[in-house]
Each structure stands twice: as structure tokens, then as C-alpha cells.
Ligand binder design. Structure first.
Ligand SMILES: C[S@@+](CC[C@H](N)C(=O)[O-])C[C@H]1O[C@@H](n2cnc3c(N)ncnc32)[C@H](O)[C@@H]1O
Length: 243
């Protein structure tokens, strides 16, 4: 068990509005079936309910739309989602079980019939999970619309920083991709600067503005919609882990 002093400080929200009955029940009764704990075995054949050929990690999945849809599209891939915000975790569970508020709650919860058991959830700060993940375990890693912490005095809170990049570099396979999306000018420059300092990543952009367009395998997220509604155009930065 980690003592409070071992835990990195987390500055975002852990819970928002009161979580209603169906979602509370999903958190209590279904999450433990797919939750990553300190006893989880990080082997591709064991971590998920099915054997998988690749593993993707999404950090800060928010409401879970991107994670749920990517997992549906890629049934031979295992997905690990890390999210601190309890309401977001509950929303992901709704998306993958189809259990909505007001519906009769079943005795046991299961995935929607069109899904395979390829999602595992870490419902806490991903920095506490990093040390459990073996070297080169992850094929693709998503950090989508991270909290921008735009004030200079809060820069150390930005998730893309050298300490986290060291862990990301360790767990990504050579040739694996780190994808960062942001709608924030400061965060875009910050991310490019952080990655530019390193010799272990290569920005994959090939022409002047391909990074201004959604990648082919993209799924829209809540924060992307919010940004577009408020007139901010997101950028999509893919970095390859060098051999
Ligand atoms: C601005 S939201 C974006 C959510 C989602 N990716 C989207 O695009 O809609 C950032 C999310 O990252 C989560 N987050 C921030 N730091 C985290 C960490 N260290 N571990 C896990 N989740 C984190 C926050 O709780 C929040 O839900």
C-alpha cells in the first residue's frame, strides 16, 4: 500500500456530480471484473478476457467514448484505460454494457453482445500504474486533450513532461506511437518542445499541416467537441518511439 507521501499529487477533479443509481451499481459490481489492481498480471495472454495481439493505453480517457469505440473497432487489441475522474469511469461502463439510468438492473452485468472482453480499467492516477507495466508492453498510447494548465506557474502539472515521457518511452515498443491531441496553443508548443528535447521520439508529421487533421483511426472526444464549439481547432501530434 502506498503511503500518502509516495503518491504523486493529483490536481484535477476526482468526482463531479452525484453518480446515480445505475452507474453506482456498475462501479460497485461491474468495474471489479475489468479493473486493474496491483495483482493484475501484465501478460498479453492473461490481462484481458481474450488473448490479444497488441495493447493500447489511453491516459485520461474522460467519458470513455474514444476508448469504447477503439476497443469495438479493434477486437484483437487489448485496451488499458486510466482515468481518475469517477464519473468518467462510470460513463465508460455505461457505454460498454449499455446499462442506462432508469433501466431495470440485471443481477449480473455483462458487456454488450457486439463486444469482446478487451478493456481493462485503472481508476486512479496512471503514474501509480506505470511501474506495473513491463518495458515495451504498449503498442500505442493516447493522451487526448490533457488538462492544459495554461498558467506558467502551473506548468509542472502538465502531463506531458520529462518524467512521464521517460515512463512512456520505457513502456512503448520501438516503433510504437504516442498520440497527443490538444486544442490549446500553449500545450501544443509545450508538447513539441518536450518531445524535441528527446532523442527517443520522432514526430511523424510529413507535411506542413497533416497534424491539423484528424488521423484516419480517429474517434471524436467530448473535449474535442467542446473545443470546436468554442472555436478552437485541435492538433493531433503522433510521435514514434525510435528503435
Ligand atoms: C481535459 S480531460 C480530457 C478527457 C478526454 N481525453 C477527452 O478528450 O474528452 C483530461 C482527463 O485526464 C484525466 N487525467 C489527468 N491526469 C491524469 C492522470 N495522471 N491519470 C489518469 N487520468 C488523468 C482527468 O481526470 C481528465 O478526465
Amino acid at each position: 500500500m502506498l503511503s500518502t507521501s509516495d503518491k504523486p499529487k493529483f490536481y484535477g477533479r476526482r468526482q463531479g456530480r452525484r453518480i446515480r443509481k445505475a452507474k453506482t451499481s456498475l462501479l460497485d459490481n461491474f468495474l471489479p471484473q475489468i479493473e486493474i489492481t496491483k495483482n493484475s498480471v501484465f501478460k498479453k495472454e492473461e490481462l484481458f478476457g481474450i488473448p490479444v495481439s497488441k495493447v493500447y493505453l489511453e491516459i485520461g480517457f474522460g467519458n470513455g467514448e474514444h476508448l469504447a469505440e477503439q476497443a469495438l473497432r479493434n477486437s484483437d487489441t487489448g485496451f488499458i484505460g486510466a482515468e481518475v475522474f469517477k464519473n468518467g469511469v462510470a460513463n465508460l461502463l455505461t457505454l460498454i454494457t449499455g446499462i442506462k439510468e432508469g433501466a431495470d438492473l440485471p443481477e449480473t452485468f455483462c458487456l454488450l453482445p457486439n463486444r469482446v472482453d478487451n478493456i481493462r480499467v485503472f481508476s486512479d492516477d496512471v503514474r501509480l500504474l506505470f511501474k506495473q507495466i513491463p518495458d515495451k508492453f504498449i503498442d500505442k498510447l493516447f493522451v487526448l486533450f490533457p488538462d492544459p494548465w495554461p498558467k506558467k506557474r502551473h506548468a509542472s502539472r502538465r502531463f506531458i513532461n520529462q518524467d512521464n515521457l521517460n515512463e512512456i518511452s520505457r513502456i512503448l515498443k520501438p516503433g510504437g506511437i504516442l498520440r497527443v491531441a490538444t486544442d490549446h496553443k500553449i500545450y501544443k508548443s509545450w508538447t513539441l518542445r518536450q518531445l524535441h528535447e528527446r532523442t527517443d521520439f520522432r514526430w511523424t508529421a510529413t507535411c506542413g499541416n497533416d497534424w491539423k487533421h484528424e488521423p484516419l483511426d480517429w474517434v471524436e472526444t467530448k473535449y474535442q467537441r467542446k473545443a470546436l464549439a468554442e472555436g478552437r481547432r485541435p492538433v493531433f501530434l503522433d510521435f514514434e518511439r525510435k528503435e
